[in-house]
Design a binder for this molecule. Structure first.
Ligand code: ATP
Ligand code: MN
Length: 479
């Protein structure tokens, strides 16, 4: 008999139908005459209940039907007598495909901490929480491609290995095939990278932006969605050493078009989750309510689904960096020195505590900050008339802080070149990037959305390690 997925079974199967289901046992309850098995196959958060009459000859397999075991059941769909489900499957045959050795299997049916689940990342796909996150993650990946496809964008695979370390977005991971215990040296004692695989120093990319900009000048609307790597030693709940980034780049768009795109894109993704992942969102919402039960009112966050709808229903506040600094300097929190980093003057980079103050306390909705000081932003950002700011924008979200960083780009060859020189970035590393400003340069804009930051927001999870299957963080590359 052909296997039916549990999601399809729960949605479509008719009473009386004969079905085959396969999956992993979540729980088993047995009495003298009958055993109930909760079975899950990952297709949905919901389990199918299997009823096994102990008079059945295959009931001899029941001792091996333990939590975590893989089984296959042929049976008949019946209306359920229990109140937790509409239908269940009465087994005719019961086969154990893979035992789970109950003395050793770590994922017993009880509440596990997220920290513990991280330690068994190879098994956590079988937990309700990580199952829900995995389905939502897939859904968001699909929605990203769907959004761009519907809007006339082309996906560009930008390189993961990069020969330029000029992006300036953080510390890079070097890659080499040289013997690190015996590096070839040049005459003046430096490492001889001409002997390395690519004949030059190479790193893992921190962003696909510079390359995707070259595709934009020809294809008009492009985006890249790939892994990016940052060796920053920031052990926070919002940073990974390996994360996925979505970077659209659009010809003829100025900074206002860029803000419009960012807001429309984020709202599309959130709406998509509400339309397609409600079961999992409801599960995660309940989970969050349970977690926060004991906490004082002030520490509780908005209910997950309410929070997602709230973002859809409100226009993001659009505020200049200068206005934001005014607000922060005059805030009680700053005056009472309650920020870890006190704001004293225009020009400083904002910390996540400041971003969250603006979003959660002051505006009480997502905020797009624009026109940052040039000195704290990357070299490629469009220089403003005032000579002090650049047309940069960060989108700030509740609980997360920065979810998107972007800008209008400097399209003027002379200005870009003098900025590169001023920052002493070797021009020969960026000759091709400078070329784009020489041949058919147009104004253009783009941004980077950290995919796992989006996942944090949509799932309501508090730690970025819990929204990616195999997190890479300082001192941790297990699995
Ligand atoms: P932050 O200030 O939060 O460290 P950033 O300014 O270094 O971020 P950008 O270089 O602007 O980040 O990268 C674009 C987006 O990529 C950010 O808005 C964020 O969503 C995401 N991002 C950046 N660094 C990380 C990281 N280490 N782990 C996960 N996501 C990240
Ligand atoms: Mn940024």
């Amino acid at each position: 008999m052909k296997r039916i997925e549990i999601k399809t079974l729960l949605k479509n199967a008719a009473i009386g139908a004969e079905v085959n289901v396969k999956g992993w046992v979540r729980t088993k309850r047995a009495s003298k005459n009958v055993a109930f098995i909760a079975l899950n196959d990952g297709s949905t958060i919901h389990n199918i209940q299997i009823v096994v009459d102990t008079a059945l000859s295959d009931a001899e397999n029941l001792p091996k039907v333990t939590t975590g075991a893989a089984i296959s059941v042929n049976g008949v769909v019946v209306a359920s007598q229990g109140s937790n489900q509409n239908i269940e499957v009465v087994a005719k045959t019961l086969e154990v495909l893979g035992e789970a050795h109950p003395d050793e299997y770590p994922l017993q049916p009880k509440k596990h901490s997220l920290e513990f689940l991280r330690e068994i990342a190879h098994l956590r796909f079988r937990s309700n929480t990580f199952g829900a996150i995995t389905r939502i993650r897939h859904s968001m990946i699909f929605a990203v491609h769907q959004y761009f496809t519907q809007n006339g964008f082309f996906n560009i695979h930008t390189p993961i290995i990069t020969g330029s370390d000029a992006e300036g977005a953080g510390e890079m991971f070097q890659i080499t095939t040289l013997d690190v215990n015996n590096m070839p040296k040049t005459e003046d004692g430096n490492i001889d990278y001409s002997k390395d695989f690519f004949g030059k120093e190479t790193n893992l990319t921190v962003s696909g932006q510079l390359e995707v900009e070259t595709a934009m000048l020809g294809m008009s609307k492009v985006y890249t969605f790939g892994p990016t790597f940052r060796a920053e030693n920031s052990n926070t709940t919002r940073h990974l050493a390996e994360f996925w980034m979505i970077e659209p780049e659009v010809a003829f768009n100025d900074i206002v078009d860029n803000m419009d795109l960012a807001e429309d894109f984020l709202k599309y993704l959130i709406q998509y989750a509400l339309d397609n992942n409600m079961d999992d969102l409801l599960f995660l919402s309940n989970r969050q309510l349970e977690e926060e039960k004991g906490k004082p009112e002030a520490q509780r966050t908005m209910e997950l689904i309410e929070k997602l709808k709230f973002v859809l229903e409100n226009e993001f506040a659009r505020v200049t960096y200068t206005e934001a600094i005014e607000i922060l300097i005059n805030s009680k929190t700053n005056k009472k020195k309650k920020f870890q980093y006190i704001i004293e003057e225009w020009g400083i980079d904002l910390q996540s505590e400041h971003e969250r103050y603006l979003v959660e306390k002051h505006f009480q909705k997502p905020v797009i900050l624009v026109d940052y000081p040039a000195s704290i932003k990357a070299f490629y950002m469009k220089q403003s008339e005032d000579g002090k700011t650049v047309r940069a924008m960060d989108v700030l979200f509740p609980q997360i802080g920065e979810i998107i960083g972007g800008s209008q780009r400097e399209e003027n060859y002379e200005k870009l070149k003098s900025k590169i020189n001023q920052l002493e970035i070797p021009e020969e590393d960026l000759w091709w990037y400078l070329d784009t400003r020489k041949f058919g340069s147009v104004i253009h804009s783009g941004f980077g959305l950290g995919f796992e930051r989006l996942m944090l927001f949509v799932t309501g999870m508090g730690n970025i390690r819990d929204v990616i299957p195999f997190p890479r963080t300082p001192q941790n590359a297990e699995f």
